[in-house]
Design a protein around this ligand. Structure first.
Ligand SMILES: Nc1ncnc2c1ncn2[C@@H]1O[C@H](COP(=O)(O)OP(=O)(O)OP(=O)(O)O)[C@@H](O)[C@H]1O
Ligand SMILES: [Mg+2]
Length: 262
């Protein structure tokens, strides 16, 4: 294996034991007859970057959505920072702020400016005052490279710019963990890298991240761990180096041969 690697390295980056941030224990979920999540056990440490990959329909999006309770679970338990997910009300709103989510479709508020998109949650959920919220929004927009777009509406931005605004909007809530569900899949190819670079930087800054993506370059360089799902189960978990060079299961081998040679 190559001596020079930009991978964080499982050993170097391994956070202290007991610093588990997101814990899923024996989680099960059905959609009618479909057992979409089957006995999922997954622990994500503070500062860890976990990339989730797997075939279409394997349950990756559903897994993400359970972590901020966009989907409920049938059995098992999920906790964030030692606390079980709240069921409703203000507590749930706060959870959604603590667990930032970025989707394939940018989901910005179309009738609000970029700046308003990034201040809204701060004002409503975090009760930040307006001046502080705007200052923070502008600094985050600068950080993701769209500072000059603050007064435009989302439709006036490219897809890559909109997705970076969506990331800034989630970051404005000071989330404990960020979930990304195929954040670059809807983008034109030339815009993919500008979004991945923002995500790479976040990872380097120590953000805890769960990333569903088909971008294997990102997985190799940013992930501490790759989780491979198939048919509602976690089939394999490994460091990126281990997973890509030596997948153990036939399902993973088959999946990798399809995505790496196409
Ligand atoms: N709200 C729902 N009601 C019923 N079935 C659903 C619902 N959401 C997802 N499913 C089904 O659950 C399974 C898993 O879906 P999910 O979106 O989690 O897969 P995925 O791994 O994210 O797939 P993809 O790679 O295509 O995004 C699929 O068979 C899907 O059709
Ligand atoms: Mg999905």
């Amino acid at each position: 294996m190559s001596g020079v690697s930009v991978t964080k390295g499982a050993e170097d980056a391994a956070p202290a034991a007991g610093d588990d941030l997101v814990v899923l224990s024996n989680v099960n979920k059905h959609f009618g007859a479909l057992h979409v999540l089957q006995d999922i056990d997954l622990t994500i440490a503070r500062g860890e970057v976990v990339v989730v990959i797997g075939p279409s329909g394997s349950g990756k999006s559903t897994l993400c959505r359970t972590i901020n309770r966009l989907e409920t679970i049938d059995s098992g338990a999920i906790s964030i920072d030692g606390k079980p997910l709240p069921a409703e009300g203000k507590e749930l709103a706060r959870l959604r702020a603590d667990v930032g989510m970025v989707f394939q479709s940018f989901n910005l508020f179309a009738h609000k400016t970029v700046l308003e998109n990034v201040t809204l949650g701060q004002l409503k959920v975090r009760k930040t005052d307006k001046k502080a919220a705007e200052d923070k929004a502008r600094s985050l927009l600068d950080r993701v490279g769209v500072g000059t777009q603050a007064d435009k509406y989302p439709s006036q931005l490219s897809g890559g710019q909109q997705q970076r605004v969506a990331i800034a909007r989630a970051l404005a809530m000071d989330p404990k963990v960020m979930l990304f569900d195929e954040p670059t899949s809807a983008l034109d190819p030339e815009m993919i890298n500008e979004v991945l670079e923002v995500m790479q930087q976040l990872a380097r800054d120590g953000m805890t991240m769960v990333v569903v993506t088909h971008e294997m370059g990102f997985a190799r360089s940013a992930a501490n761990r790759v989780v491979f799902m198939a048919d509602g189960k976690i089939v394999e978990e490994a460091t990126p180096d281990q997973f890509f060079s030596n997948p153990r299961s036939d399902r993973a081998k088959d999946f990798l041969s399809k995505i790496l040679h196409h």
